[in-house]
Design a protein around this ligand. Structure first.
Ligand code: FES
Length: 346
């Protein structure tokens, strides 16, 4: 492993691996530098310019794009720096729909956090040229909505779609004051190649991309996604006995902070009153509730009447590899058939 680089940030000695940006080195050491367009999972692009720092002997620079160097002396706040950052932030805010009270991201919004930290000059803000905030709300996707009036053009959604999902269904469109994030042909997102994974929604720093069903959970539980055998780590939020949210476990080895559409948006079935919670056995043509003992004995009795190719087994993608191994073993070794299939092929 290469040697760590030692630098000073606001008088504190900080160490970081070569290639680490000043921003990440500071954040990892508990020193906050305001930032909007940088995300730890994505390539840095230096769009928002609110992460400015001063490096001794140099001009102010964007900390997300500048790698640490041995002996570097960095200051994250000086009167000049604060003033420049404030102007950069005001230029971003001028084109942002400020209905924070009714916004689903209220109190989780990175723009609010950055604004609280940097502050704005309300008088100057009023004098800035503003883009008309009349973009229609895109509600075409069944799981999330897009409000481009709240977008700060950080490009995190664009890079997420390309670098993490490999889909690249969204990009910057138009120019100047008309710039916005759009899909091919500027159509509703449902008509694009979007696979509804929600990776962009999870990373959007503002209220531009939010889930349609967003309820604050009363508590969260870390568990494993029930949908397939991958075993993705999820944090499920519950409220009043209902599942209301789901997010990925950051360091879970199978999914490493990502989820598919089912794991992120598809857990509502847990709350369904139609969900089977006890086995049902058909009696006189009617399905009636039964015990597991009765149901399993019935199945075992029925199985004993068949052998060889009279029997077939279909297993499930929701089972683990080990479960599926046992099913095929049972079918071949006990029931004597190779008639084995799997729901993922259906
Ligand atoms: Fe550095 Fe946006 S976080 S320019």
């Amino acid at each position: 492993m290469s040697e760590l680089i030692t630098l000073t940030i606001d008088g504190r000695t900080v160490q970081a691996a070569p290639g680490t940006s000043i921003l990440r080195a500071a954040l990892n050491s508990g020193i906050y530098i305001p930032h909007l367009c940088d995300h730890k999972d994505l390539t840095s692009v230096g769009i928002c310019r609110v992460c400015l720092v001063e490096i001794e002997g140099r001009r102010p620079t964007v900390s997300c794009m500048t790698p640490v160097e041995e002996g570097m002396v960095v200051r994250t706040s000086t009167p000049d720096l604060d003033q420049t950052r404030r102007v950069n932030l005001e230029l971003l805010i001028a084109n942002h729909d400020y209905n924070c009270e009714s916004c689903a991201k209220n109190s989780h919004c990175q723009l609010q956090k950055v604004t609280r930290f940097i502050g704005v000059d309300e008088k100057r803000l009023k004098t800035l040229r503003k883009a008309p905030l009349d973009q229609p709300l895109d509600t075409s996707n069944p799981f999330f909505q897009r409000d481009m009036n709240k977008c700060v053009l950080c490009g995190i959604c664009v890079r997420t779609c390309e670098e993490i999902q490999g889909d690249a269904c969204i990009d910057f469109a138009y120019r100047g004051i008309n710039t916005k994030i759009s899909v091919l042909g500027d159509r509703p997102i449902l008509e694009s190649t979007c696979v509804s994974c929600g990776e962009c929604v999870a990373r959007c720093p503002v209220g531009a991309l939010v889930p349609k069903q967003a309820e604050e959970p009363a508590y969260e539980v870390e568990t494993v996604c029930p949908y397939c055998g991958c075993g993705c780590g999820i944090v499920v939020g519950a409220r009043g006995g209902r599942v209301v949210s789901s997010r990925a476990v950051e360091d879970s080895p199978p999914n490493q902070g990502s989820l598919c559409v089912k794991g992120r948006f598809g857990l509502g079935y847990v709350n369904s009153p139609e969900r089977l919670t006890v086995p049902l056995v058909r009696k006189d043509g009617e399905l009636v509730e039964s015990t597991w003992e009765e149901a399993l004995s019935l199945v075992a009795d029925k199985f004993s009447g068949y052998r060889g190719d009279q029997f077939a087994a279909i297993s499930s993608a929701k089972c683990t590899s080990e479960d599926n191994y046992v099913v095929q073993k049972f079918a071949r070794a006990v029931m004597g058939t190779n008639n084995i299939d799997h729901c993922a092929r259906l």
